[in-house]
Design a protein around this ligand. Structure first.
Ligand code: ZN
Length: 153
């Protein structure tokens, strides 16, 4: 196992053990969206507060496997305080990581590799693509966030 994989594992465990932005946003006009992954039993509830096109606050509750909970914590750190446009970009980049990154590792593939540095800590979740069943776990919080943003419109 490479040092980089050790580092990624460390980041995932750290976010699982000490989840960021845990809790609820109770005062309106916070948006509340629930996500469920029946394949694994993961649940996540995302609370969003958006002001002037900026995601000023995000909180999460829920439970499930380490990948789903770690991914939701990593997500909240990555998007909090960003403009909605930037949040949507981050969601798209993460989805790309979960879908095309594996293909881009194949030498015969003509898929452009993803700029992992631009992903920051989120790159730690790239190992998940080796386990297709877990991709749904990693995507749960992101899909739920995406659904919440759609409710803004
Ligand atoms: Zn899971």
């Amino acid at each position: 196992m490479s040092n980089l994989e050790d580092l990624y594992r460390e980041v995932i465990l750290d976010h699982y053990r000490s989840p960021r932005n845990r809790g609820e946003l109770t005062s309106p006009p916070a948006i509340r969206v629930e996500g469920f992954n029946p394949l694994c039993g993961d649940e996540v509830v995302v609370y969003l507060e958006v002001r002037d096109g900026v995601l000023v606050d995000i909180k999460l509750t829920g439970h499930g496997c380490s990948i789903s909970q770690s991914s939701s914590s990593l997500m909240s750190s990555a998007v909090k305080g960003k403009s909605i446009e930037k949040v949507r970009e981050t969601i798209a980049t993460f989805k790309q990581l979960m879908t095309v990154h594996q293909a881009s590792l194949d030498e015969k593939s003509d898929v452009a590799p993803i700029d992992l540095r631009a992903l920051g800590e989120l790159a730690a979740l790239q190992g998940v693509v080796k386990f297709p069943v877990r991709i749904k776990c990693a995507m749960l919080a992101w899909n739920t966030l995406s659904q919440g943003l759609d409710e803004l419109a």
